[in-house]
Write a protein of this length. Structure first.
Lengths: 237, 237, 237, 237, 237
């Protein structure tokens, strides 16, 4: 169920970011919302969501929130909770039905994609040839494969309801939060829509996380060297 | 389903306490009900509750009970049974819909929160800035994080239905019943609403529990010292 | 669903006995039905019951049966099948709704309760103070605790629908069928309602079961003495 | 759901055979259908049945089929698939509701029953005393016990809807298909209803199965004798 | 739910191919669609399908797609996702109801069947004698057995709705994709309906897969020879 009043934008762009691998979707969305000073306009709720209230500065927030920027003719849907595969169908129906009802012109779904390479690539796919042409110079086209989970459901639903949609998938190497991948996706959005959303703070955040990871790995390596070797059957020794 | 007749209070405060960590919610609620001599006015039931009748002095009680004090313009909802995550959504909808229907002005949700420190702190959060200001000198604001379970669902539901709500979370260190944390929450309520609910009996109860725990730990320590060391493979001895 | 025609009794007493610990509920109920020569008047069925037909003397019986004695103004509900916790709510709703519809004046729920002592005690609880006074000289009042399962659901439902109800819990020491506990409950009913239901046959049945258990225990003891000691790792011998 | 047109018989007998222990129900039913050259008139389907199409001579058949013999005033329901306990309630409701709607006079439920003895007994039970008298010289009355599964549900449903019903249970010693038990049940039907359904082919089939089982057992015995004894811990030898 | 506009064909043939053993159904269907240059006309969706969007050349596709060739009076339904047994009943109802509503004359269900032999056989079954005669010189009739899964449900549903249907089962030896079995099925279709769908590319694809499998097996054999023998209890050595 969507709890939101009337929107002010006309035929807006809708961008959604749910947490998945690397949390690329919600890190990017949260950054866009803050940088464009978007206004909170409502929330989505469902009996299929886990029972959680989210706190920022002591104030209760809904876990799936909707923001608007009339200036940028933009609606954002950002989620702090992952959507289970079994409720993806229903959640995407509700979301895209609502998108249709408020006259959304295009949908962009942000998510992560696991890759082996270190390069900060963004893969892209679309529901129509026009949309594919629009992105082909800004992303690496995701030629063949599948998009699963809530992002896949949303793309399918846009395809069915004939709302042009783009999938932007930030390449990420691990299960850890990846602000660098989120930044790469935002840069593509800056190019496509003429935004100037700052991404340096995300890069700094990424560097902090990477430094911590390195330190953790080094500590682990040291502690393993100093430890005596484990013996499987000590009582036979 | 709520089984309750008409209430006498006008725009009352509603306080709820479901059992969670430290049983802070229902210990505090039960104390308030007794100290303010509140009147039993009904119950909540659901096919999602476990099939249990609760006995006090040989009389059957419903596990989720509703009390009223017209004098204090107060409604209490207290539960002897925990609510499973999968039914939190429905239970909180039913409860807050009912709260709306009887004109409840504010909601307070009491629960426990696990901390490492020994200090008897109370953390607080709210659905509006006004409510947050009201509590900020009486609690430690719970800046960032999540409130999960029935208490999280109730806060979310109040947020959606725009009934101002406060979450009071009594810090507790263990899974054991913690009357001291319940007392700390009641002291905050005394400050906020001018009640003079006695909490000494809870402190005494806490001391009794702590003494028993200490004794148990000491007995355990002694019995371990006197016992011969366990041997993993005695037949090789 | 209740399949039963009109009843002849006016404001009857309804006694129910579902199988639980010691099978106290259905052993007592079956004895009452036979001793008072009650008439079969219908059955209860549900998709939640296991698919079972019960045979007596080659004739098909429903597993949950309803009997009436117009002479004693009494309705009995007896079950050969236990009710799962997840269907207790629905089964008790259906049963007590029906009880209300036929003008039942009081409900008695018979069940077992596990105790350590050998004494043939009956514990009692009630939904109202009047009912509690009625039983307090005939049973040991079950001061504090919970009644779970179908018996707990029925007591809660009577409480909600304001049909005065008594819970009679025959103390039993083991999981074995306990006709002695059933006899103790019947004696309480004889006292309360002036019945003269014979319980000697239950005592004899109990003695037979106990004798068999003793013999079994002795045989076990003997066979253990004569047997060579078990050795955990014979191949090391 | 029953997919069948109008039937030609008036107040027919309905015999059903679902697969259970020894496959007695469907082996007997299939033999009756073939020997009486019964006509296929429809099928039963349900979302609770496993997704299976059954092939005979390359032609698709429904797994639960209905046949009619106007000459013998007989309806047969035969199933190639077992019914799970959780769908027995619904399947028997649908089947016996349909039986009622076409004016079925009596129902016979064929199934197997596990026994220790080698004798080819048929046990019988009924929903009314009249039906029990009808069978008492032809079967061994199943005095006390339970009939579980779809056969139990069908008997209960007939009892509720007051359609006189007989349960014929062919005694069988193992989980293997038992055409001999099916033949014994058919002989009872021949006696009761004056049919002359041939059962020799079932006996021959039984002898073939038994011979194969004997041979298998002997081969197993031989191979065990010639084999060197297994040693549990060869590495300690 | 079927999302498709009006079709242009009159009383068309409908062929469906869902992925099962050897992926025979969807490999064959995909080849037919490409070779006959069929037009995409819609999709099937369901809350029971996994949440997946399928990509070809960067464009979003629905996982269950419908194509039409007016020239060949043919409708194809091809799926990239397997259908779980528990949703086969509903999916086949929706599909064959739609087939009935657009006036489909005949249905062909393509699937794989596991066999031991290396021969590229196609087994066939049908819902009517006419259809069986039509295929008997082109396939090996599947005399007796069961067709399970979505293909079995579709055949049953056609049988009930009296839409003549043929099952073509490409024999396959392993769980690996088997384009050779798909080619064999297409050759039968070419014979039956006078198509000239090319199958050489499938044979080449099969040879490539088989070569890779051989190489894999050889590599495995070599690596096992060179490796030192595994010892079960090295610490006793």
């Amino acid at each position: 169920m969507i709890n939101a009043g009337e929107i002010k934008s006309k035929e807006p762009l809708l961008i959604e970011g749910f947490p998945g691998i690397g949390l690329v979707g919600n890190i990017a969305s949260q950054q866009i919302i803050e940088e464009l000073s978007m206004e909170y306009i409502g929330s989505m709720e469902s009996r299929f969501f886990p029972p959680i209230a989210v706190l920022y500065d002591g104030l209760i927030n809904m876990p799936v929130r909707i923001y608007e920027s009339e200036e940028h003719n933009l609606i954002m849907v950002v989620s702090d909770i992952p959507i289970s595969p079994s409720s993806s169908y229903d959640v995407s129906k509700v979301l895209i039905n609502w998108a249709g009802s408020i006259g959304v012109k295009e949908v962009i779904s942000i998510a992560g994609i696991a890759t082996m390479s270190d390069e900060a690539k963004v893969f892209g796919a679309a529901t129509t040839k026009d949309m594919l042409e629009k992105i082909e110079n800004h992303v690496e086209i995701f030629q063949m494969g599948t998009i699963s989970g809530i992002s896949g459901s949303i793309m399918s639903e846009c395809f069915i309801q004939e709302i042009p949609a783009i999938s932007l998938l930030g390449a990420t190497r691990s299960q850890n939060p990846d602000p660098r991948a989120a930044a790469a996706v935002i840069n593509v959005l800056n190019d496509l829509y003429g935004y100037s959303i700052e991404t340096e703070s995300l890069i700094e955040q990424a560097e902090r996380i990477e430094l911590e990871m390195q330190k953790l790995a080094e500590d682990l390596r040291k502690s393993e060297q100093s430890a005596s070797p484990r013996r499987e059957f000590p009582m036979y020794g």
